[in-house]
Design a protein around this ligand. Structure first.
Ligand code: SAH
Length: 247
């Protein structure tokens, strides 16, 4: 059964009204007609079986027939603070992190980010779209939150909202991710923030600031990973270590 996205605000009185883009795709590409049963998820963890009505005007809405069981979400909520890189890379990271099971992504403008914070609204739209499309494709009923991009200096103030903060640092010589996670497992852990630097990496000052605010720096191994690889490796390893990749 085809799957579509519609935010909670698009549901009214047992009906769901699809956005123009989804409606267009449904009519022109998939050529679905009135009466077809589809699935519609709201991005906040609910999914419904819906019977379509395709109006001649092009408007598409559906009658909600039943609520459907959704995929299990990881119990451990991982937020990825990703150093801003070139555009396609950010989109790739959001797409893949959504598939793997991230809870939220915070794009972060670091000292060595080539891309700066300007023109951010279109960029955020693209990133949110990447998250939505990836959730649609991979079967998640939750669309990870893509937060507004923030400057690195504003990040430490948010550390308190997390049970633990890990900063991936290629120069970390003693603590690797596995060891850090094994230590963290001794206490109840619900949400975790993972920081990954941009193409040029974190500056020493950024590493020190993060540590002073309680972040632990961790190594992801002896090889230097590209920024778009590092967050995905960290996310996968964390979810694996916490048994979140079981069927
Ligand atoms: N400073 C470097 C590489 C930056 S890699 C240079 O330009 O040579 C980009 C980001 O990926 C880093 O900031 C870090 O967060 C992460 N990263 C890459 N390889 C890593 C490793 N082996 N261990 C931990 N983090 C790593």
């Amino acid at each position: 059964m085809y799957r579509f996205f519609a935010g909670p605000e698009q549901f009214r009185d047992g009906k769901v009204f699809l956005a123009t883009e989804e409606a267009y795709h449904l009519r022109k590409v998939l050529r679905l007609e009135s009466g077809t049963m589809v699935r519609v998820f709201n991005g906040r963890g609910h999914e419904y079986q819906v019977q379509l009505t395709v109006e001649t005007s092009g408007r598409v809405w559906g009658q909600v027939v039943a609520e459907i069981d959704v995929l299990k979400e990881p119990k451990l909520k991982v937020t990825l603070a990703q150093g801003l890189a070139k555009r396609e890379k950010n989109e790739l990271v959001v797409q893949k992190a959504t598939e793997i099971g991230v809870q939220a992504v915070i794009p972060v403008a670091c000292e060595r980010s080539v891309v700066k914070l300007s023109r951010k609204s279109t960029r955020e739209d693209r990133l949110r779209r990447a998250a939505r499309e990836a959730a649609k494709q991979c079967g998640r009923a939750v669309v990870p939150v893509v937060e507004p991009a923030c400057a690195f200096r504003d990040l430490p103030a948010r550390f308190n909202a997390f049970d633990a903060v890990l900063l991936c640092w290629e120069e970390e010589g003693s603590t690797d991710l596995k060891r850090a996670l094994q230590q963290l497992r001794r206490q109840p852990l619900e949400n975790l923030l993972v920081l990954v630097g941009p193409e040029g990496g974190f500056t020493l000052a950024e590493v020190h600031t993060a540590r002073e605010h309680g972040a632990r720096s961790v190594s992801l191994g002896p090889r230097i990973l590209r920024t778009e690889t590092a967050g995905l490796v960290a996310l996968t390893a964390i979810l694996y270590e916490f048994d979140e990749l079981e069927p």
